[in-house]
Structure formats: structure tokens, C-alpha cells
Design a protein around this ligand. Structure first.
Ligand code: HEC
Length: 197
């Protein structure tokens, strides 16, 4: 090409000639734009929004998470995982008496006696328990039952709050005097319901 000839350099190696063609304008345009962009972008990125830098963004996220965890911990200070303590608090708070009695009369009295003195099932008024006398034990046995001993699992019939209410009611029967008490079954328990030996 005639034009190429003009631009021909003297470089010639093994028949390969080096040309010095002018770069197309559109290519040069993009080239300059990228250079200008990079000059503007460095201060923009590093100095105008320092909070967007990865390290700062990470710090901010971690601080926010720590703050959220603190708020959550403060909002639920009672969540100690101590179920027995939570049940005791709910038992002491009351409000379960009427509902608990009703559930007992409907579902439990047939086997445990109308006043909890025991019939087919054990007496709830004495200090003896087969499976433990803690509130958690009563809730557990009521929920899961003792199927091979004739105690029904109530978790499919009663809602969790009903199970709590009736368990509290059973606990409140302890120390009362039924009309016809059944002989003690199981082991003696202390005030908290722990077995004493
Ligand atoms: C069909 C009869 C029957 C019914 C109805 C029944 N129980 Fe029982 N329950 C039993 C028997 C039998 C046992 C003894 C289980 C054993 O020997 O391990 C028992 C044991 C228990 C115990 C454990 C007592 C201990 O000494 O450890 C609890 C608590 C209990 N029942 C709660 C309930 C509640 C609450 C209801 C009503 C929602 C209920 N039961 C209804 C038959 C019954």
C-alpha cells in the first residue's frame, strides 16, 4: 500500500518490516478517556468515600453486628437456657389456675382422680414421683407420656401452653388432701421435685 510505504521504518528483520501506522482516532480517544478516568477515579475511590473502602466497610459491618448482638442480648436477659427456672417463674406468676384445672378435669381426672389423688395413674398430692417432680419433669411426661405404662402422650392433643397450665396445676395439687389417696408410687422428692435418696 502506498501510504504504508511512507511509514515504513528501516527496521527489517528476516523479511519482517516494522510499520509505524498512526493509531486510529477512536482508539486513541478511548485510550485518553481511560487515562483521565483513572486519574479521577483514584482520588474519588480512596478519598471521597472512605467508608466504601473494603476494610472500612468490613469494620462497619462488624461493628453493626456486634451492636445488634448486644441489643439482642439486652432485650432477652432471661434466656439463660435454664428451663426449670423459666417454668418456676411462670408457675409463680400464676394465671394458669383456671385453665389448668379445666384441662385436668377434661383429660387427666379419669386416670389421676378428680382431685389428683390417683386412680389408674399416680397420686399427685404426695411427695412421691416415678419420673421426677420438677416442673420440667411433669411437663416432659405430660408431653411425651409413658406409653408402655398407660400414660398417654398429650403433645398431639394439647397445645404447649395447655401442657404448661395443666402441669402447673398438677404441681399445685402437691400437699393437698384428696378424698381417697392412692398409695405413693416412685421415689420421694424434695420441695423442688428432685429425688431424695
Ligand atoms: C389413661 C390414663 C391416664 C390419663 C388419661 C392420664 N394419665 Fe398421666 N399417668 C398415667 C399412668 C398409668 C401413669 C404412670 C406411668 C408410669 O408408671 O410410668 C401416669 C403418670 C403421669 C405423670 C408422671 C407421674 C410420676 O409419678 O412421675 C404425669 C406428670 C402425668 N401422668 C400427667 C398427666 C396429665 C397432665 C394428664 C392429662 C393431660 C394425664 N396424665 C392423663 C395414666 C394416665
Amino acid at each position: 500500500m502506498a501510504e504504508d510505504k511512507k511509514l515504513l521504518h528501516q527496521h527489517d528483520f528476516d523479511g519482517i518490516e516494522e510499520n509505524d501506522n498512526e493509531l486510529p482516532r477512536w482508539w486513541l480517544g478511548i485510550f485518553w478517556v481511560t487515562i483521565i478516568f483513572s486519574i479521577l477515579y483514584v482520588p474519588y475511590y480512596h478519598f471521597m468515600y472512605p467508608e466504601k473502602l473494603p476494610e472500612n466497610a468490613l469494620m462497619a459491618t462488624m461493628a453493626a453486628e456486634a451492636e445488634a448482638a448486644k441489643v439482642e442480648a439486652e432485650a432477652a436477659p432471661e434466656k439463660t437456657g435454664d428451663i426449670e427456672a423459666e417454668l418456676k417463674t411462670a408457675f409463680a406468676a400464676g394465671g394458669w389456675e383456671e385453665a389448668g384445672k379445666q384441662t385436668f378435669n377434661t383429660y387427666c381426672a379419669a386416670c389421676h382422680g378428680p382431685d389428683g389423688g390417683g386412680l389408674i395413674g399416680p397420686n399427685f398430692t404426695d411427695d412421691f414421683y416415678i419420673h421426677g417432680g420438677k416442673l420440667g419433669d411433669i411437663v416432659r411426661v405430660t408431653t411425651e407420656g409413658v406409653p408402655d405404662k398407660g400414660m398417654v402422650p398429650w403433645k398431639t392433643t394439647l397445645k404447649p401452653n395447655q401442657i404448661h397450665e395443666v402441669s402447673f396445676y398438677i404441681r399445685s395439687l402437691r400437699g393437698t388432701t384428696p378424698a381417697t389417696p392412692k398409695d405413693p408410687q416412685g421415689q420421694k422428692v424434695d420441695e423442688d421435685g428432685n429425688f431424695v435418696d
